[in-house]
Design a protein around this ligand. Structure first.
Ligand SMILES: Cc1cc2nc3c(=O)[nH]c(=O)nc-3n(C[C@H](O)[C@H](O)[C@H](O)COP(=O)(O)OP(=O)(O)OC[C@H]3O[C@@H](n4cnc5c(N)ncnc54)[C@H](O)[C@@H]3O)c2cc1C
Length: 442
């Protein structure tokens, strides 16, 4: 249990140089960077530190990225398994230990319900514990706000139990019977595996997410990709930055020390695979005819990554053992495009269909038409307003443990510069105040 480091009774009516909204790894990282610079601030967290990991992940959850990538500012992973994958409770403990390590000015259990900017440029924050103001604001509320479930779900029979991936905990939570999992991003694949390993009959609607092998030529593929510079490549290098930001992550798992997720092997072992779910009419479901395309695409991406690793190994003359390539162990010949839930004994559906963003409580014109914050490296065009923890905010590791610290350093540097500008000019915008204007020039 982290110590509460800021007395909530001092919040209402207070004024801070900086307010950080959200006490996940992003909010804590920027807090550490501000702390190092001696910049006074407050971190307001709606729940408890580590809430997302603690409350929105399943019981068998573990990281997909190796522990050595957990390098929060001033607090890199210190355990004895850098190449392993922390399980859910270890991740929560890592964040709690981070709090104990530098004791940020953190308030837990307080939601920021509205942010506005006054005519003079001061930020006005309404919270469940009263209003306060700040000169600068960092929004670190994570990328995954509202569970996304397609409206077609309303057409399922009432007796089918439905749960979003963020509310899935374990196979035992679902009624006896077969389960339909919709979606094959990281969550969908791992939940399907969780259910499959527990002996449940799983029906899986497969989407277009790519996959990556866990290990290749003696190392974790993440380690190869890191060495090859993929995690430091800036979003600015891509012509299609908007599309890159929307990319779905490759599926793979860290479970039991890490392994591939091979949907074909699951199918060989009895899991029923389908293409994308296209229609629901009571118990009658229809799927697109794209299962083969989707499986082939996922394999092609995984093999393409191996090609790139081979080229890197050859280029650098690295001594890495050769490894045979993947051969598909199952092909979707004659797979059904329909599923009758009653006939198949399906009693529950897990929607692994992602999340929607929700920044409507920020009443500041800093967003594009889709509600995505307009920013460069988290810095917006509104002086003093920053975002942190967005996927691909600046690089592939943004929005994850890998790069959130680098992004936090950058934002903290900007905040510091803003304060110095205000010291000289009187305001964050650089518009001269009466005092600054009175100073003779030259
Ligand atoms: C299923 C899944 C698996 C993942 N696996 C990995 C992995 O293996 N490795 C990896 O590096 N990353 C992984 N990630 C990505 C990323 O690390 C997590 O999403 C992480 O939780 C992001 O941290 P954050 O601090 O940016 O946001 P969050 O952890 O979402 O924290 C935001 C905090 O803000 C608080 N908050 C929200 N709104 C308000 C408000 N209005 N007022 C006050 N507080 C508010 C929330 O309570 C929350 O605690 C995974 C993500 C998901 C969904």
């Amino acid at each position: 249990m982290p110590e509460i480091c800021f007395d909530v009774r001092r919040l209402a009516g207070a004024h801070f140089p900086v307010a950080v909204i959200g006490g996940g790894q992003a909010g804590l990282s920027v807090s550490h960077c501000l702390h190092e610079r001696g910049i006074e601030h407050v971190v307001v967290e709606a729940n408890r530190v580590g809430h997302e990991w603690r409350s929105r992940r399943w019981d068998s959850f573990c990281l997909v990225t190796p522990n050595w990538q957990c390098r929060l500012p001033g607090y890199p992973y210190r355990g004895d398994d850098p190449d392993g994958f922390m399980v859910r409770d270890e991740i929560v403990r890592y964040l709690e230990d981070y709090v104990a390590h530098f004791r940020p000015p953190l308030v837990e259990g307080v939601s920021v319900t509205r942010v506005r900017r006054s005519a003079t440029g001061t930020y006005e924050l309404a919270t469940t514990a009263g209003d306060f103001t700040a000169e600068q604001v960092v929004v670190a509320t994570g990328p995954y706000h509202r569970p996304k479930i397609p409206r077609a779900a309303e057409r399922l029979p009432g007796e089918i139990e439905q749960v979003h991936s963020s509310a899935y905990r374990s196979p035992g939570q679902l009624p006896d019977g077969a389960v339909l999992v919709v979606g094959t991003g990281q969550s969908g694949c791992q939940i399907a595996e969780d259910l499959h390993l527990a002996g449940r009959q799983v029906h899986l609607a497969v989407g277009s997410a790519p996959r990556v092998a866990r290990f290749y030529r003696g190392r974790d593929c993440v380690a190869w990709l890191d060495e090859m510079g993929h995690y430091t490549r800036s979003i600015d290098e891509f012509d299609d930055a908007g599309a890159v930001r929307m990319r779905v992550n490759h599926y793979v798992t860290g479970r039991d020390g890490g392994r591939d997720i091979d949907l074909r092997a699951f199918a060989k072992d009895g899991m029923r695979l389908y293409g994308r779910l296209t229609s629901i009419d009571g118990p009658a479901l229809e799927f697109a005819d794209d299962l083969k395309v989707n499986l082939d695409h996922a394999d092609a991406v995984a093999e393409g990554i191996k090609d790139a690793i081979d080229a890197h190994v050859a280029d650098r003359g690295i001594d890495a053992p050769a490894e045979p390539r993947y051969t598909p162990v199952w092909e979707p010949d004659g797979q059904a495009g329909e599923l009758d839930l009653d006939a198949a004994g399906v009693t529950s559906v897990v929607w692994a269909t992602g999340f929607a963003r929700d920044h409507r409580w920020i009443e500041i014109p800093a967003f594009d038409g889709r509600g995505y914050p307009m920013h460069w490296r988290g810095v917006t065009s509104v002086p003093g307003l920053y975002f942190l923890g967005l996927p691909w905010q600046h690089s592939w590791g943004s929005g994850r443990f890998e790069a959130v610290g680098r992004d936090a350093e950058f934002i903290a540097g900007h905040i510091d510069a803003g304060r110095r500008l205000a010291d000289v000019c009187g305001t964050l915008t650089g518009a001269p105040t009466r005092v600054a204007a009175a100073v003779p020039v030259g």
